[in-house]
Design a protein around this ligand. Structure first.
Ligand SMILES: Cc1cc2nc3c(=O)[nH]c(=O)nc-3n(C[C@H](O)[C@H](O)[C@H](O)COP(=O)(O)OP(=O)(O)OC[C@H]3O[C@@H](n4cnc5c(N)ncnc54)[C@H](O)[C@@H]3O)c2cc1C
Length: 439
């Protein structure tokens, strides 16, 4: 029997994972990616699975929410996590990657798979057949309009921002020192220290700095994603807000004095060669000239050369709990599945997890098998169960908050010693679920 290929729309984190899972199940798949013919406002390369902002997938340890999800994805054969492991760069306890190598490797690997037909081009309408929608929070306008027609629903939205990247050679290493907070893992971060006077001056200038104007329709709905606030918005919330956020000095002592500084800005390595450094937590919507002016006030960054400046975007997503089931199929059309941030699962790891489930289920439909739902005790299961049942209550203002850290994750994260048993149970449940469902 010749099998109609499944179509995956969007080669981001979710679509790349979905296409891989479909092909690995022995089913042909067409992967559509509009780049480089058309770029979203946040993407810059032609690569599959481009990381638009930070190069980190979050904490690595499996007693942390993100780390447990990584481990589950590893056990399920996720291509995204396998390649993240392969291209990891030092990040003091976090799973961070060399984004260039990571994206290039995934692009090559998928393009070389005999069952993946990789097509560069925009899809403007939802196709017939078995389809996985994975076009992300910045879905192209035509496809967005078609989705709106199909669902009969307005999109939900929030703002998300990306932080600048700096050339390593332009950072003054007589001032910036290498260390990881609480000496966790290797000394992986460059730390720019500030005394009180420098901090207050920086705080004043940041609040005064000019921002890029939001469009009128955006002003009305300007909600930020609380886990990724622009640095200037944080500065506006109070004198010390940044010192309890990205500029916190705890767990770091300045080798020149042996003392803790008043505030510290951290830079995380971006590439294996250590030539590029990302300003951790410095997502921003300041005008580009203003970013250079204000960020060069940071000790050690006086001569910083910026290879990428920060940007802010309006992210949109569908109201998944109303439209879909926990197998990630649309209730109105079970051959249509969706994953990633298009349905509100914010964050690289969560988007990949959705891609795994949607891809696996799309392949099962093609093979005449029942779609799967994950056990709720696993992090992945908690994530989708949360969307399906608990979400309506939490969904409206800030859907993505639950995507990254569902309830189970919050508990594990806050008290690993007490809730470590959830991790053990999660992994044990996943193993028996795998044996029962995936053979
Ligand atoms: C500005 C910004 C900053 C962010 N910062 C972070 C961060 O620091 N850490 C984090 O974990 N998450 C961050 N996120 C969220 C993260 O980007 C997403 O969770 C993740 O990338 C979502 O994966 P995805 O596959 O759903 O979408 P994407 O990665 O966006 O992939 C969607 C793909 O679909 C393609 N596409 C869109 N429309 C079409 C079409 N019609 N036809 C064909 N192809 C199409 C796009 O080109 C893109 O490649 C950020 C998002 C934004 C916008």
């Amino acid at each position: 029997m010749t099998q109609q290929p499944i179509q995956v729309i969007g080669g981001g984190l979710a679509g790349t994972e979905a296409a891989w899972q479909i092909a690995q199940a022995g089913v042909p798949v067409i992967l559509h990616e509009m780049r480089p013919k058309r770029f979203s406002p946040a993407h810059h390369t032609e690569n599959l699975a481009e990381l638009v902002c930070s190069n980190s997938f979050g904490a690595m340890a499996s007693d942390r929410a993100a780390g447990l999800l990584h481990e589950e994805l590893r056990q399920l054969g996720s291509i995204i996590i396998a390649k993240a492991d392969e291209h990891a760069v030092p990040a003091g306890g976090a799973l961070a990657v060399d984004r260039g190598q990571f994206g290039e490797d995934l692009t090559q690997t998928l393009a070389n798979h005999p069952l993946i037909d990789f097509r560069r081009g925009e899809v403007k309408e939802i196709p017939e057949g078995i389809v996985v929608l994975a076009s992300g929070p910045l879905t192209s306008p035509d496809l967005s309009a078609d989705l709106q027609r199909f669902t009969g629903m307005e999109y939900l939205n929030f703002f998300d921002a990306a932080s600048p990247i700096i050339l390593g050679d332009s950072i003054n290493k007589d001032i910036a020192f290498m260390a990881s907070r609480y000496d966790k893992g290797e000394a992986a971060y460059l730390n720019c220290p500030m005394n009180k006077e420098q901090y207050l001056h920086f705080w004043e200038e940041l609040r005064k700095a000019e921002q890029t104007e939001l469009k009128d329709f955006e002003k009305e709905t300007a909600k930020f994603f609380e886990a990724c606030l622009p640095i200037e918005e944080m500065a506006r919330r109070g004198e010390d807000t940044m010192r309890y956020g990205p500029l916190k000095p705890v767990g770091l002592s300045d080798p020149r004095t042996g003392e803790r500084n008043y505030a510290v800005i951290q830079l995380r390595q971006e590439d294996k060669a250590g030539q590029l450094w990302n300003m951790v937590g410095f997502q921003t919507n300041l005008r580009w000239g203003e970013q250079k002016r204000v960020f060069q006030m940071i000790p050690g960054l006086e001569k910083a050369e910026f290879v990428r400046l920060g940007v802010m975007h309006r992210n949109t997503f569908l109201n998944a709990p109303q439209l879909m089931s926990a197998s990630l199929q649309f209730k109105e059309r079970p051959t249509l599945l969706a994953a990633g941030q298009l349905i509100g699962t914010e964050g690289y790891t969560a988007a990949s997890a959705g891609g795994w489930l949607a891809g696996t289920n799309a392949a099962r439909l093609a093979l005449g098998k029942e779609p799967l739902i994950l056990p709720v005790t696993t992090m992945m299961g908690a994530l989708f169960e949360f969307i399906r049942s608990a979400a309506p209550k939490h969904f409206q203002p800030m859907a993505p908050n639950f995507g990254i850290v569902p309830d189970l994750g919050v508990r594990i994260k806050s008290k690993p010693e007490k809730y470590g048993r959830y991790r053990d149970r999660s992994l044990a449940d996943l193993a028996s679920w795998k044996a029962a469902n995936l053979g």
